[in-house]
Design a protein around this ligand. Structure first.
Ligand code: PA5
Length: 463
């Protein structure tokens, strides 16, 4: 980041900080049956201290690398991005934590129709994802792209995920059929030592970037997993990391009052365990943040949905995350949120300033249904809708909180990522589970190996 970048200006940084209003989670706003009393938060102090101490211990032991990613040296990522920007297309092959983060960042920080822009306005290659192993999508994508002009980024932390490796093999054969040397079109983002993909990449001399072994898939957005596609498409990666660093510093305090991520985790935990809220909705009022909601769903679901506690007891923990987007879902799910079972809490994300101010023209002044809209901005309408939904929820005794984002830029997005990651890590401690493993996912992977005839995994189905 150049010394003249606004990130170095403390007043710019202060102005770009996201703000959290959690007052509508509390009993004085939504009643004591569904809202949280200060005494209930205070009673969590012992559990919160244990959760903080456990995180601190694991950090000190070098197990929680995601905290340290803002300070990483991005030179290898920058160099790889400079190479990949020479292509017209950049295809990310990955799934789960290896695709949701890159997608979310791109959606938030690039032009909504990035791939349709002419090259000189795009600021980088077109970006595509090979995520699911749905043959219709994969065949259609490859039929559309020119292999000569395509860089394929194979992203798998473990190097063993069947969907990703299958899609890689399909893409590789496609490159080879065009008479191309795969090593000049492929770049792997994977564990620095382990996994079959690392072995292949090493043997064939591909470009590679590491995923640090102490960063789990769904916490890997600020590693090369997310940063390479971001840098390739012209996103200011240093500003993204600066935002994450700023949030990590805000979330360093050990207690719930002074640590925004811990406080939100505690509110989620109490809502789920003491207030009958097994479901949490993440509802940004911005199309650019739809991907953030999808990314959060994996983070929250996979980290907290656990059968066993740290002591081995059967616990079946978790809170089901539901993505929504305002105002679209006001005409879809919101009826359920405001009038259905009071079993949800809602987290809103709202932008204070939109990238492009579109003013509704003052037309049809004589029409009651149209005239009142003239002269307002679309952003003001969107935020009025958010405020209305929030009010209806509160009036109905339904808890919610709101994150206000001054404007959607890399600094803000980095803050959001780090906030949710620390919140999730800490929530795991409150539940007494390990938020960094995913035995259920691993079991599914192993059964897939068995079903597809991988040696050593036979006879697993039906067991
Ligand atoms: O969070 C996780 O660890 C998982 O959801 C993984 O991201 C997902 O299973 C893909 O794994 P990999 O990146 O190893 O291919």
């Amino acid at each position: 980041m150049s010394p003249s970048h606004p990130c170095h200006d403390p007043s710019w940084v202060r102005a770009q900080r996201i703000r959290i209003d959690s007052t509508r989670m509390m009993a004085d706003r939504v009643g004591a049956t569904h809202g949280i009393r200060p005494a209930e938060l205070a009673a969590l102090a012992g559990r919160a201290k244990a959760a903080h101490d456990a995180l601190a211990r694991r950090r000190a032991a070098g197990e929680l690398g995601f905290y340290d990613l803002p300070g990483q040296d991005t030179a290898p990522i920058d160099a790889a991005a400079a190479w990949a920007r020479g292509f017209e297309n950049f295809v990310v092959v990955g799934i789960g934590g290896s695709s949701l983060g890159p997608k979310a960042t791109h959606q938030a920080l690039r032009h909504p129709f990035h791939n349709l822009l002419p090259p000189h306005e795009r600021g980088g290659p077109r970006l595509f994802f090979m995520e699911n192993v749905d043959p219709a999508t994969i065949a259609a994508l490859l039929a559309m792209l020119d292999p000569q002009q395509t860089c394929v980024n194979v992203v798998t932390k473990s190097g063993g995920t069947a969907e990703t490796l299958a899609n890689y093999m399909v893409a590789r054969a496609w490159l080879e059929r065009a008479g191309l040397d795969p090593a000049r079109h492929l770049i792997a983002t994977t564990d620095p030592d382990k996994g079959d993909l690392r072995k292949i990449a090493r043997a064939e001399g591909w470009r590679t970037l590491p995923v640090p072994p102490n960063v789990g898939g769904r916490f890997s957005q600020l590693t090369a997993v997310g940063l390479l596609p971001a840098a390739v498409c012209g996103i200011d990666v240093a500003e993204l990391l600066a935002g994450a660093a700023d949030m990590a510093a805000r979330c360093a305090a050990p207690d719930l009052d002074d640590n925004p991520a811990y406080r939100l985790a505690a509110l989620h935990y109490l809502a789920a365990t003491a207030k009958g809220k097994p479901i949490t909705v993440l509802m940004p009022y911005a199309d650019g943040l739809k991907g953030l909601a999808d990314w959060f769903v994996q983070l929250w679901a996979e980290s907290l949905g656990k059968e066993h506690g740290l002591d081995g007891a059967t616990v079946h923990t978790g809170q089901t995350p539901l993505p929504a987007v305002g105002a679209i879902d006001q005409h879809s799910q919101v009826q359920l949120f405001v009038a259905g079972p009071n079993d949800k809490m809602t987290a809103f994300v709202r932008l204070e300033r939109f990238a492009d101010g579109v003013t509704i023209p003052p037309l049809h002044k004589d029409s009651p249904a149209l005239g009142y809209l003239g002269g307002a901005t679309l952003g003001a309408l969107l935020n009025a809708e958010q405020a209305a939904t929030e009010m209806v929820l509160t009036d109905g005794g339904r808890p919610s909180y709101r994150i206000d984002v001054p404007e959607l830029n890399p600094f803000a997005f980095g803050q959001l990522l780090m906030l949710f990651e620390i919140m999730t890590a800490f929530a795991g401690g409150l539940y007494g589970i390990d938020p960094f493993d995913q035995p259920g996912v691993e079991r599914g992977k192993v059964l897939t190996y068995g079903a597809m005839g991988r040696e050593g995994y036979e006879n697993l189905l039906g067991s």
